[in-house]
Design a protein around this ligand. Sequence first.
Ligand SMILES: [Fe+2]
Ligand SMILES: [Fe+2]
Length: 192
Amino acid sequence: MSAIAAENTITVQNLLAAFEGESNAHAKYTAFAAKADDEGFHGAASLFRAAARAEQIHATNHSRVLHQLGSRSECEIHKVEVKSTLENLKAALNGEQYEIDTMYPGFLAEATERANKAAMRTFHGALEAEKTHARLYSEAIALVVSGKTDTWIGEARDFYVCPVCGYTSETEEEHERCPVCNCPWEKFEIIR
Ligand SMILES: [Fe+2]
Ligand SMILES: [Fe+2]
């Protein structure tokens, strides 16, 4: 471990844990998207793809800070357990909720205590973006449970993903800039 990484041991450990979580979430959501397409939930598949892209952005952001702190970013990608789309949506929501309620607030508090601005920024961006995923997954679960396949859940659709922080929106031009990181809307990626 480099001297700078040793000075920031806990922040580095937290960044590695977050990097691993995001990298695995990306793999999971990509597999869940394929399953949702198989089951005819094409809108849920679009949502999984958009969230997968957002998690990849988070992983890249965490990795950049790890490198700045003199650490490598490596992790193990676990085998994905794919179940029904309803179960996959619930598993995804649980993962997001853990990150929102526990993981990121703790990591953000530690980085704030150490006044590590780069770590604070990457944790804050991910925390806020995960809230958009939790909201969209909850909506998707309610639609699948009620059997309303004539809604967006049944049709492939566009989602808008902030390329800087991963904020995910179902509405075009809801804002002029990303409400989390201020990135201009025209830079958002459209994921279907
Ligand atoms: Fe997420
Ligand atoms: Fe953003």
